[in-house]
Design a protein around this ligand. Structure first.
Ligand code: RIB
Length: 286
């Protein structure tokens, strides 16, 4: 079972001929709206990978539908609270090569309550995982608490914030980040991925695949699947959700990374975030 302390956003997608320049007004060619947020995307990925997931988070009245969408996908939403605050949202510009820029409004994601988190974790059992990222308040507290409850803490260090990462890292057993974030972390603390005192570090590298540094599993690299990417938004979240779901199902880090690598590749061939995450039946090896 995985407990995911995570953001929930309403994603507004604008397909643009190219990413806008400073001071430029640019007409979008397409618009779409859907469930997103790094936390919610990971919960959907875990659920679609066939693993039990309990999401701990917060939305506003305007985002009740996001909670319902998560529930319909098989995510336990008992600890997703509806607050008197606007739901977090993201404005996503997506260009013809599938690259993006994202502006985040955190909203209710930054109003998480310590008591709700503690109540959720009371349900955890030996061997459960705790998943988190950097789009909510209480990050360090949450990682500390989850460790105290005996959960294996998996930390997705995005959006990257050097200070947040360094305060959460002492409580993390698994660290997942992309190569830009890894370079930023190394710049901040002087340590390479293999030098970090975290049991398992996964560095995702887009079209170059991913590298895994494991104290027990050893280090290895997997190449990316050759694909025509149309939208890379949420591919990292898909990787993280699938990777953790596979570990929770008892797969070793290599097999888990292989499956996650494929799920993320499929995701990048589709437009959207949570809606575009593949189901286990589409992913070879599951
Ligand atoms: O990683 C993609 C996600 O980042 C989007 O769904 C958006 O909401 C932002 O949180």
């Amino acid at each position: 079972m995985i407990f995911n302390f995570g953001s929930i956003n309403i994603d507004y997608f604008y397909s643009v001929p190219r990413l806008p320049e400073k001071g430029e007004t640019l007409a979008a060619e397409e618009f779409a709206m859907g469930l997103g947020g790094k936390g919610a995307n990971m919960s959907v990925a875990v659920a679609r990978a066939g693993t039990q997931i309990c999401h701990v988070g917060a939305v506003g009245e305007d985002g009740r539908w996001t909670k319902e969408t998560l529930r319909k996908d098989g995510v336990d939403v008992e600890f997703v609270k509806v607050l008197d605050k606007p739901t977090g949202h993201a404005v996503i510009n997506r260009d013809k090569d599938g690259e993006n820029t994202i502006i985040l409004f955190p909203g209710a994601n930054e109003q998480q309550d310590e008591d709700v988190l503690a109540e959720a974790l009371l349900q955890a059992k030996q061997g459960d995982f705790f998943l988190m990222q950097n789009e909510t308040n209480l990050g360090t507290h949450a990682a500390h608490l989850a460790r105290d409850y005996g959960l294996t803490v998996a930390y997705v260090a995005a959006p990257f914030d050097a200070e947040a990462v360094q305060t959460v890292l002492p409580y993390a057993d698994i660290l997942i980040l992309n190569e830009v974030e890894m370079a930023q972390l190394q710049k901040a603390n002087g340590q390479s991925a293999s030098e970090l005192s975290v049991d398992l570090v996964v560095v995702t590298k887009g079209s170059k695949g991913c590298s895994v540094f494991g104290k027990e599993s050893g280090d290895f690299h997997l190449p990316a699947h050759p694909i025509e990417a149309v939208d890379t938004t949420g591919a990292g979240d898909t990787f993280a959700g699938y990777f953790l779901a596979c570990l929770d199902r008892g797969f070793d880090p290599r097999k888990s990374a292989e499956i996650a690598n494929m799920a993320a590749a499929i995701m990048a061939t589709r437009k959207g975030t949570a809606d575009a995450i593949p189901y286990a039946s589409e992913v070879v090896g599951l």
